[in-house]
Design a protein. Sequence first.
Length: 246
Amino acid sequence: MNATRTILLLGGTSEGLALADALGHVPHLRVVSSLAGRVSNPRLPSGEVRIGGFGGADGLTQVLRDEQIDGVIDATHPFATKISANAYEACLRTKVPLLAISRPPWTERVGDIWHDATDVEDAARIAASFSGRILLTIGRQGVEAFVPYDREFVIRAIEAPLPPLPSRYELRLQRGPFTLEDERRLLQDCRIGVVVSKNSGGDKTYMKIVAARELGIPVVMVRRPVLPQVPSVNSIEAAVRWARGL
């Protein structure tokens, strides 16, 4: 009889949800999905789930040893720098194989009016140079970078960001995916002059980029951070094949 192998799946994304479902059909494979716990009502993947941090690279190293983890798959958000760095360090210490799911970034297309930003602070400076209301679609983290600018903001996030917040803002608590018509209506009804977005990639939130392109609205695009160089795949099927090969 084949021994059961254990995969620690670092999730919290649509890829994490899909991969947990797919791996659940692989014989002799135990899958434990880990969510950071920043969202109070997350979409839970199938199978075993743990919620909350590990306590840095040291804590994750101990979990890999205690739980006898055979492989780690990093399916976190492209901007989740801390957990990706901790996973790299913990797997290096324990010699546990690590795989990342690489979500291709968005690329500028004909008709786009993009302004590249190195980080959210740079994005705030660039966005403040435009007229009209500023739509923030960067999640609940990083909003404090926009506080120094006396502008009107529309903040869209799954959960309300923590203070400090800009003095003038409208909060829209919404969870995607959003249709193109949804995004057109938002940009027009809220009289948006510029959109601020992280280059998260994927199709779940891409329609805001399409709507901005159609309406001629500039987009300040926050560049992706540099993550550890680890073996990676860009499909659920390839990740399943890797897990089967452990």
